[in-house]
Structures are given as structure tokens and as C-alpha cells.
Ligand binder design. Structure first.
Ligand code: BV8
Ligand code: ZN
Length: 264
């Protein structure tokens, strides 16, 4: 049984030393990292699902039962996502990416904020809310076509459009989950940021990293379903904690660079 995770509001010296020594870093993010960009989470009070349950909205049967409600929910979320800007947490991950090879950012989020922040080595486990596709011919929409009752339809075949996200009960796209699994297994340090760690198979990744020897850290404003399994829990907003890690690695790399130059 591993020793209980250390809980603190600042990254420990142990974590900073692990980050200095690491070559591979894997980061899993959830809705919490987008809170400081003004986007609601799923399960927190006031979250996206407060008045609904996932069963009402984020699955195929709900969409078939009430396409108006589900299309409307996603259109509202799309508008919010596109007006939001990446925050200090997203930008810190763009900087951290430069210090590790291999590095993989695995996001559960569908808001495209990591992409807009400039993250490169990234997979969207649950797809994203921008990409729509036709439920009949699977083509992406070319122009706005609506049925008489205002449903968003495909310009090619008239089929209903759906958001390009992974719904509950749908399997995840192969390539992202394979890349995420490989990255978790080979990571020296694994950061799990802003997720309640309830949704699988994403929530299985930190456990996989731990089984394969990674130092696993949770960054969250409160404990999650997996805090017990972490080596370290840093309690605080991602937009505060991640920039501390990025700044530490920036000065560490500058010192290393200086030593390399002076020892030439
Ligand atoms: C599948 C897209 C199988 C849509 C989403 C075991 C194995 C496999 C499957 C299952 C399993 N057990 C159960 C399942 C079924 C299910 C599942 O996991 N259910 C859960 C609810 C128990 N999984 C699935 O259905 C998956 N499919 O495995 O298929 C299969 C196999 C073969 C053939 C057919 C099928 C599909 C899962 C994907 C579902 N789609 N999203 C959409 O977005 O509308 S999941 C949804 O939840 C979002 O993507 C979100 O990212 C994800 C997780 O939520 P979080 O991101 O964690 O957000 P949450 O609000 O919960 O938490 C926010 C956290 O942030 C909190 O902890 C909070 O404290 C913290 N926070 C707040 N502010 C801050 C902060 N942290 C830091 N800083 C802050 N400032
Ligand atoms: Zn079509």
C-alpha cells in the first residue's frame, strides 16, 4: 500500500526535484483547468450538469429523444467556449512542454482552449465541441442548413448534425487513447489537473502511470476520487500552481544552459 499522498497548497521540493530529473512528462486535464477562463465544470455546483444528468444530454439516446435540447446545449457551450480565452494554467503547460521529450498533454476537455493556447503534443480524448458531423453521412457541415423545426442539418444529405464529442457509452477514438496510454506508461512524472477523476477510461491513466513507476501528482482545488492513489496532492487553482512549475523549470533550464556554456 503506498504511503498516503502528501497534501499541500504548494508544490513540494520532492516534486520539483522529480521534474528536474524527468525526461518524460504526461499531463491529464479536465474541466477544472478551464474554470479560470470562465467556463463551468461538469459536476461542481453551478456546473454544466447541475440541472441535468449526463444521461439527459451527453449520449446518443438523449440526442435521438430530444435533438433540439442536445443540439441547443452544445451550441450554447460552443458560444461560451469560443468567447473564452486560455488562462495562465493553459499557457504554463505550453511552456512546460518545451522542457520534456517525450511530452503529451491528454485533455478530457472539448473546449479547444489547449489548442488555442499553443499546446502541440496533445490529444483530445473526448473530441471537441467545434467539429460537427452528420449522423448519416458523417461529413462535416459545409453551410448552415436547418430543418423547419430549426434543427441543424447536413447540407449534403439532410441528416441531423451532432457535435464531434465522445458521448457516454461511445468508445473513445483509438489513436488518442493509445497515445495517452503509452505516454502514461512511459512517464517519469504524471500530472492530473482539474479533474474529478470519475470518467473512465481517462481516469485510469494516472493509475497506469503509477503502476509503471511515475511520480503522480494531482492539482485540484479539492480532493478527487483518486487523491488516495496520488504521490502528492497540491490543493489550489491550476492557474496558480502550474505557472510555479513552469517558472521553476525555466530557471532550472537556464542554470543548466549557463553551466553548459561555462564548462565548454
Ligand atoms: C467508454 C464529452 C466504453 C461530452 C464526456 C470503465 C471503463 C470504461 C467505461 C466506463 C467505466 N466505468 C464507467 C464507464 C462508462 C463511462 C463513465 O466513465 N461513466 C462515469 C460517469 C462513471 N465512460 C464512458 O462512457 C466512456 N466510453 O468507455 O465506452 C465502450 C467500449 C466499447 C464499446 C462501446 C463503449 C466515454 C466517456 C466520455 C464521455 N464524454 N465529455 C461533453 O463534454 O458533453 S465526459 C465529461 O466528463 C467531460 O469530457 C469531462 O471532461 C469529463 C470528466 O469531467 P471533469 O473534466 O473531471 O470535470 P468535473 O466537473 O467532473 O470535475 C472538475 C474538477 O475540477 C473538480 O474536481 C474540481 O474540484 C476541479 N476544479 C475546479 N476549479 C478548478 C479545479 N481544479 C483546478 N483548478 C481550478 N481552478
Ligand atoms: Zn449528411
Amino acid at each position: 500500500m503506498n504511503s498516503p499522498a502528501t497534501h499541500s497548497t504548494v508544490p513540494s521540493e520532492r516534486l520539483l526535484a522529480r521534474l528536474e530529473k524527468a525526461t518524460s512528462l504526461c499531463v491529464l486535464t479536465g474541466a477544472g483547468i478551464s474554470v479560470e477562463s470562465g467556463l463551468a465544470t461538469f459536476r461542481d455546483p453551478g456546473g454544466l450538469w447541475e440541472e441535468y444528468s449526463p444521461a439527459d444530454l451527453a449520449n446518443e439516446a438523449a440526442f435521438r429523444r430530444d435533438p433540439q435540447l442536445v443540439q441547443g446545449w452544445y451550441q450554447a457551450r460552443l458560444k461560451q467556449a469560443l468567447t473564452a480565452e486560455p488562462n495562465e494554467g493553459h499557457l504554463a503547460l505550453v511552456e512546460l512542454e518545451k522542457f520534456y521529450e517525450p511530452f503529451l498533454l491528454v485533455t478530457q476537455n472539448v473546449d479547444t482552449l489547449h489548442k488555442r493556447a499553443g499546446s502541440i503534443n496533445m490529444v483530445e480524448l473526448h473530441g471537441n465541441i467545434v467539429d460537427e458531423r452528420c449522423t448519416d453521412c458523417s461529413k462535416p457541415p459545409v453551410d448552415q442548413v436547418f430543418s423547419e423545426d430549426g434543427l441543424r442539418c447536413c447540407g449534403f444529405c439532410g441528416g441531423l448534425l451532432r457535435p464531434g464529442v465522445v458521448w457516454f457509452g461511445e468508445s473513445l477514438p483509438m489513436d488518442p487513447i493509445e497515445r495517452a496510454t503509452d505516454a502514461a506508461i512511459s512517464s517519469d512524472v504524471f500530472l492530473s489537473v482539474g479533474t474529478s477523476s470519475i470518467v473512465y477510461p481517462a481516469a485510469g491513466l494516472p493509475l497506469l502511470a503509477k503502476q509503471n513507476g511515475a511520480y503522480v501528482v494531482e492539482i485540484n482545488v479539492e480532493p478527487s476520487a483518486l487523491s488516495y492513489a496520488m504521490d502528492e496532492v497540491v490543493l489550489g487553482p491550476a492557474g496558480d500552481i502550474l505557472p510555479v512549475l513552469a517558472a521553476h523549470m525555466r530557471s532550472f533550464n537556464n542554470r543548466e544552459e549557463l553551466e553548459r556554456i561555462t564548462n565548454r
